[in-house]
Design a protein around this ligand. Structure first.
Ligand code: GLU
Length: 428
């Protein structure tokens, strides 16, 4: 039985860690393993620019509300900035900066020619009618137009945004430019240049990477139990993928709570949160749990696939899973990471595991550039090949240097980004 008491100073420090603190601490840890110029690390600690916009939104009742939006562009040394746009009441400038840093590492670990960006609007999407969503998205596209472009910065969906919004975003941009630019945004519906397989890609990649990790530790997937926090665009597809491979998914959740079946849930029978909100916690399962209880279930694999900062110094000692595969962006604080490292619980990092989203975004952008669609089979095949390539690169560092999976993934990504900076130099 693990001690519930923190044992080191790092583990017992009071935790008031913002996402950007976490992102910087992770960068510094990785930098310590590589011989990279301090000037480059310093540049990578900061975004190259953060744009703040005020978005006037005409509500259905005729009033005008001013919403705040951000776009953080962290790094574009390897190609155009890339990353999603979220609609969430807790969006902040700092959070966008951290998420844009993670996008830089995500694209680099996958070796796709994009940099890192992330944007968001401080709004609760549940408060918006469909017409309001459309007006907000079109106006946001217009406000960001000076800083985005198909070769400059390419947004995508994230929390609270969806393919339809990407279609409006693309339409507004294209109307202003006077020509159709499908490559301005990814995650569109296939009818306007979206890629087949884009919606399920982040969850699918979490499943593919979890399967590789299960295999790496010599476990049999058909004897593996899995708990997934969140049953939306990441969690539902990850759970279904692992269920299809023979794993037993014993718990899944939505914001209102979790359902638990020690014999394994039929993940195809549970409607996902995006399809019908409220249906997950409302599902007829043998047991209901809270989200906090789900995180502490005694399972083989825990997939936090909902929101950030859920595994912290407060609960990391109570986690009973033997492995964590991060589905959400930034679910583990550095303090929790330190505890998992001491407890020998491997944590497969977000920017490797959920990178299927941006990888299929890259495929989408290639299809848009070439004006030629790929079949779903081709997308699945190429995604799997890219995920396995990235997994092998990270595994090689993990084994050669005896570092955590997160450090190993950072080492792969940082090495690539730093090499590009070295080659391009600092101008002027
Ligand atoms: N928002 C997704 C992520 O966090 C996808 C980004 C993209 O496709 O550009 O990875």
């Amino acid at each position: 039985m693990e001690s519930a008491e923190p044992t080191t100073e790092a583990e017992s420090a009071t935790e008031a860690e913002s996402a950007v603190d976490t992102a910087r601490a992770q960068l510094e840890r990785a930098a310590a393993h590589l011989d990279v110029d301090d000037g480059i690390i310093n540049r990578l600690r900061h975004p190259s620019g953060v744009y703040e916009v005020s978005i006037p939104l005409k509500r259905d009742d005729g009033t005008t509300e001013i919403l705040t939006g951000y776009r953080s562009q962290h790094n574009d040394v390897r190609g155009p900035y890339k990353g999603g746009i979220r609609y969430h009441p807790e969006v902040s400038k700092d959070e966008c900066v951290a998420l844009s840093m993670w996008m830089t590492w995500k694209c680099a670990v996958m070796d796709i020619p994009f940099g890192g960006a992330k944007g968001g609007v401080v709004v609760d999407p549940k408060d918006l009618s469909e017409d309001e969503e459309e007006r907000l998205t079109r106006r946001l596209s217009q406000e960001l137009r000076p800083v985005i472009g198909p070769m400059k910065d390419i947004p995508a969906p994230d929390m609270g945004t969806n393919p339809q919004m990407m279609a409006w975003f693309m339409d507004a941009y294209s109307m202003q430019e006077g020509e159709t630019h499908p490559g301005i945004v990814t995650g569109k519906p296939p009818a306007v240049g979206g890629s087949h397989g884009r919606e399920e890609a982040p969850g699918r990649s979490v499943g593919i990477i979890a399967e590789k990790a299960i295999d790496h530790y010599g476990w049999d997937i058909t004897d593996t139990t899995v708990a997934v926090q969140g049953f939306g665009s990441v969690g539902a597809y990850a759970a279904r993928y692992l269920d299809d491979q023979g794993a037993s998914v014993v718990a899944v959740s939505d914001v209102d709570g979790a359902i638990y079946d020690p014999d394994g849930l039929d993940t195809n029978d549970v409607e996902d949160h995006d399809a019908r909100p409220g249906m997950v916690s409302g599902y007829d399962a043998p047991e209901k749990l809270t989200n906090a209880e789900l995180l502490e279930l005694d399972v083989d694999v825990l997939i936090p696939g909902a929101i950030g900062n859920v595994l912290t110094g407060d609960n990391a000692n109570n986690v009973q899973a033997d492995m964590i595969v991060e589905g959400a962006n930034g679910p583990t604080t550095s303090q929790a990471d330190t505890i998992f490292e001491r407890r020998d619980i491997p944590v497969i990092p977000d920017f490797l595991a959920n990178a299927g989203g941006v990888t299929v975004s890259y495929f989408e952008w290639l299809q848009n550039t070439n004006r030629r669609a790929w079949s779903l089979e081709r997308v699945h095949e190429e995604l799997e090949a890219e995920m396995l390539r990235a997994w092998e690169a990270v595994k090689a560092e993990h084994e050669a240097r005896d570092v955590t999976w997160r450090d190993a993934a950072y080492i792969v990504a940082l090495h690539r980004v730093a090499e590009s900076h070295e080659a391009r130099g600092l101008w002027p």
